[in-house]
Each structure stands twice: as structure tokens, then as C-alpha cells.
Design a protein around this ligand. Sequence first.
Ligand code: AKG
Ligand code: FE2
Length: 260
Amino acid sequence: MFNNNQFSDLFNKEKFLIIKKFFNDPEVSFINKIKDQIYNDNFERIENTRFVIKSFDNEILSLAKNKKIVDLVKILLMHQDLSLYMGRILIKDEKSNANITPHQDVAYFHGTPNKLNIFIFITGNSLKNGGLSFAPNTSKYGLMPQGNIPVENFQYNYLCPNLNNNDIIVSDFYTWHWSNKIINSGHKRIIIQLTFQSSECGSYSDLFSINRPVLISGEWKTKNFFSLKESQPSNKDNTPQISDKNLPNIDEIKYTISYL
Ligand SMILES: O=C(O)CCC(=O)C(=O)O
Ligand SMILES: [Fe+2]
């Protein structure tokens, strides 16, 4: 059994950690129930995407509140007060079997970039089954533009670990990852992604499951909540105008000191 320091020392080296046999049998049964429901719903998803349509709010919330997960996130994010930024289910099957090109999640979301991803592999993970590949230690390159990261221009190593449904992967929000097409015919791949952050940040993703701010541990350390949808770019010229009577009138004195 690992202690807290070993977890964080290992993670902090390359911001990537595989934890084998994380879930016990009852937890695996719980995960398998989600799988059964997805099969029952015939893998219904948001049109032409890899995202499951049904929200699975309760299931995702109870996984995100699993004591072992919360304790792990507290150690790795070094925060006691945590919220769930995003929870979603990622499907790959014959209907959506594209390569997911190299990217980092941080470029596509909002709020604090200091987020932590936990991936749960309901149907395991392997190269031939459209599993996730990761390039540990790529957070060192920081924020990259959106789109396919030009991996050919960089030094990196990657792996697509063979995992079971009781194993998890933890990575920071900068770590490059991607996935290949399913090669084993008939295979259906289901992955749960949970994204945590300090509750000092009131950002939350409202594109998938859990479309609201959710406190996971401790207390809220902010009063400002703002969703991903309402943070999308405006497509009009919305530059605040001098003539705008609603312009907030802040006294500049508040921000001013004299250097001399
Ligand atoms: O579903 C996949 O294979 C990868 C998905 C992913 O990394 C993403 O949507 O950010
Ligand atoms: Fe991703």
C-alpha cells in the first residue's frame, strides 16, 4: 500500500500516474451497472460525437464522491476544498471510431488550469480497443494552441497502458493524450472522465453530465460561478463603450500607489 507522499512524489515527477487495482469488487460492480445501462440505451450519444447523451448524474456524482478518489485528489491537487469541474462518459464504437488527435484538455475548457483528470476505464484500456494513449511529462510544454498538437516537432514518450476496469489513470490538465481507432471488431469502449479543481474557482462545465457547480469536499471558497457555455466567445463587437451608462465606475485610487 502506498502512502500519501509516495503518491504525490510519483505523480509530481511527470504529472501522470497509473494506479492498478484502485477499485474493489463492489466498486467494480457499480461501474459495471453504468456499462449495462449504456448497453441498454444502445450507446445513445450526442449526435455524431463520442459523448453519451444520458447524463448519469447520480452515478458520476457518487464516483466523484468516492472517498478513495476524493482523498487522492486532495493529495495530488494539494487542496482540501474541492469541486467537480466536469464529469463525462466517452464512447468509442463502430458509430464513432475516429482517431482522437493529440491534444491537451486545458486548451478546450475554462477557469483555473490547475485541474486534475481521473480516467476510469469501464471496458478496460488497450491500443487495439481504441484506448487512451498518454505522453507523460508533456505538461512541461505548458499551454498549447487548440487543434492537433504537432507532436512530430517535440521530444516525448508515450504509452497506451493495458488496463482493467479496476485501474485508473490520473493526469494533470496539460498532459497530451489521444486515442486510435478500435481494431478489434465489435468492441465498444467506455471511459469515464472526472475533472476536479480547487473550490476557489467557480468554473464548471455544463456541456456533459453535472451541469452545475458541485462541491466535493470542504467548503466553497468562491461566490462567483460561471459555466463553460456562458464563457464561450461572443460573436459580436462587445467592447464596452465610453458612452455606456452602465459602465462600472470604479475609483482608480483603489488600484494606485505612488512609486516615489
Ligand atoms: O474519447 C477519446 O478517445 C478521447 C477523448 C478526449 O480525450 C477528449 O474528448 O478530450
Ligand atoms: Fe482529452
